[in-house]
Design a protein. Structure first.
Length: 298
């Protein structure tokens, strides 16, 4: 695998690709995800998952189940619920924001996101580490895609660069109502780093702008559910240990400190009802993971 692409990003991309190809009632369809992976990567991730099947499903009798069904079960239970559901929620929220005058979409930690290649209604800014972004651009070229005119790549090393300066240099207009997605990131940051990011975003968010992100609640790290503990262990083993979780009150306080108000918060029960069951998908929302939609104070 390309060492500039994390196992977390590849697992997420594989989950989106496999789900789109194999589910009759998908939660979210990303029919471009597979094209950003090499055949070798796709096979490697697939074999990695199957090789760890006993880790994921210790009580399954694998002699009675076809490998593809084993893979489907692991993807639907352990790998894909969070990446798929949060993306479905975010893109639906973005459509709603479009109706209220939102014109810019900023994807923080874009990774292998394909939104800009599936939509042309927004000016899209993909923000990511320079090495990660370079790898993404190489993948786009290898896939034979043409970078759409509405897409801007914004390389940002958050340890050294100023987010506001980098975005404005790339033609981002801080006076325009914008939508920011920050998915699959807060888990891996310290609370200080999260606070610093909210501070940076506050400076460039026009009033009425939207921020969507997912986060683990205060019970996440001590959760009894095995798939939660498996996720924590996999992240640590992959060199990307999870660090932060929040109670509602602490999250609300941190957001208000930087001028954001919680407009909507989805619990796992909400995610199950509003996203998974609505799609008719064979999946269960991930325990102790919530989605937050916050709006910059007017």
């Amino acid at each position: 695998m390309n060492n500039k692409t994390s196992i977390t990003a590849l697992m997420s991309s594989f989950g989106r690709a496999f789900h789109a190809e194999n589910e009759e009632h998908p939660v979210f369809v990303d029919d471009l995800a597979k094209n950003l992976m090499t055949k070798e990567e796709y096979t490697t991730v697939q074999n990695y998952i199957l090789g760890g099947a006993k880790f994921f499903e210790p009580d399954m009798d694998f002699s009675k189940v076809e490998p593809k069904e084993v893979l489907r079960r692991i993807v639907n239970i352990h790998i894909a619920p969070s990446p798929l559901c949060r993306q479905a929620y975010t893109e639906q929220a973005l459509k709603t924001a479009l109706l209220t005058g939102t014109k810019q979409y900023v994807i923080l930690g874009a990774g292998m996101d394909t939104f800009a290649f599936r939509n042309d209604k927004y000016k899209v800014f993909e923000v990511d580490h320079p090495l990660t972004q370079k790898d993404k651009i190489e993948r786009i070229k290898r896939a034979g895609w043409v970078v759409p005119e509405n897409l801007r790549f914004v390389p940002v090393d958050f340890t050294n660069d100023n987010l506001e300066e980098c975005l404005i240099t790339s033609s981002f207009d801080p006076s325009i109502k914008s939508f920011f997605s920050w998915l699959g990131v807060t888990y891996y940051l310290s609370k200080e780093a999260i606070d610093n990011m909210l501070c940076a975003l506050s400076k460039i968010c026009a009033e009425g702008s939207t921020l969507v992100f997912d986060y683990p609640d205060e019970h996440f790290f001590d959760a009894p559910e095995k798939r939660v503990q498996n996720t924590i262990m996999m992240a640590k083993a992959g060199g990307e240990p999870m660090q932060s979780s929040f109670s509602y009150r602490k999250l609300e306080k941190m957001l208000e400190k930087h001028g954001f108000l919680i407009y909507e918060l989805l619990s796992p029960e909400d995610i199950q009802r509003n996203i998974i069951d609505k799609a008719g998908a064979d999946m269960k929302a991930f325990e102790h993971v919530n989605y937050c939609l916050a709006v910059k104070k007017v």
